[in-house]
Design a binder for this molecule. Structure first.
Ligand SMILES: [Zn+2]
Length: 299
């Protein structure tokens, strides 16, 4: 028996399991029922939420709209959006250790790993699960979209446990990065805990509603992309497509309004230069500190 949200006891099985609930014509069931105490609560069969349910009453939103939702008030709402995956979020691992009992994240503890469940969980065993944080964009904005195990398996086609055997949590497997430049229609909901900590909301992908395939051009916006997470295939194939892309672009943001496509294509380089100059600044700073120490010694 497993427990969900402290109140609901439940039993779950895989497709290889077969359940016989309240079926009295099975001899083994009759024997089992005779052995029960006089007062028992019968088991109820729950209908799982279907994909149809997932689509009901879902509002289509642009990312600019999604950016402005209230993570608290809109905590349980589902939204639909169409985005192109443009990169993987910086400093995020693609998988995590998940507790075998309650699925919470495990962190290194005194002896081995320990579960982070708030009201305590003594389990020390874990499985690797997906926690892939893609940056998705449309013409209006870009935001983080998280794939957890179930949707990760649906997208990637293999479990995190299997991929983990080949790749480190900090190096993104090509099986994952290949989806950068692909466009999808998703049903999503806000990741409340992650969103209240950050300036912008992050979303969990609940359903991959449509796959629009690999895109020749990325949405015409630039936002928080580091050179480490460069999408491998950002080459824009023809000048004509570029013109079409800039025509469809809605000039909504003044900071990118006057940015033409040529500048965009080497924008990655600009980012790189920027980070290089930062490194240089740090070097200069170290040198200055070093010199000031020398001066002190001379005094
Ligand atoms: Zn646990």
């Amino acid at each position: 028996m497993k427990i969900y949200r402290e109140d609901y006891k439940f039993r779950s099985g895989t497709s290889a399991c077969r359940w016989y609930i309240n079926e009295n014509d099975i001899p083994a069931m009759r024997t089992f029922q005779r052995g029960l105490p006089s007062q028992v609560t019968p088991v109820q069969k729950l209908e799982l939420q279907s994909e149809d349910y997932m689509e009901q009453g879902v509002e289509e939103k642009t990312l600019f709209d999604l950016k402005q939702i209230d993570p608290l008030a809109d905590k349980n709402k589902r939204f639909q959006c169409t985005v192109t995956l443009i990169s993987i979020a910086e400093n995020e691992q693609w998988c995590c250790r998940a507790c075998r009992v309650c699925n919470s994240t495990m962190i290194p503890g005194d002896d081995g790993y320990q579960c982070t469940k708030i009201d305590g969980c003594s389990c020390k065993q874990y499985d690797w699960k997906y926690k892939v944080c893609f940056i998705g964009a449309d013409e209006t904005y870009s935001l983080q979209f998280m794939f957890f195990e179930k949707k990760g398996v649906e997208l990637i086609g293999t479990s995190a446990e299997t991929l983990r055997k080949q790749y480190d949590p900090s190096s993104i497997p090509p099986e994952i990065s290949q989806w950068i430049t692909h466009k999808f229609t998703f049903v999503v909901k806000v990741l409340f805990k992650k969103s209240v900590k950050n300036l912008e909301p992050s979303f969990e992908v609940l359903m991959i509603k449509e796959r629009h395939g690999k895109q020749a051009t990325l949405p015409n916006i630039i936002h928080n992309v580091s050179d480490d997470d460069l999408p491998p295939l950002v080459t824009i194939s023809s000048k004509r497509k570029i013109e079409q892309a800039s025509l469809s672009y809605t000039p909504q943001f003044t900071d990118i309004q006057d940015m033409d496509v040529d500048r965009q294509s080497d924008a990655w380089d600009t980012t790189k230069k920027h980070s290089e100059s930062k490194i240089n600044d740090d070097d200069n700073k170290n040198q200055l500190e070093h010199e000031s120490k020398k001066l002190k010694v001379q005094e």
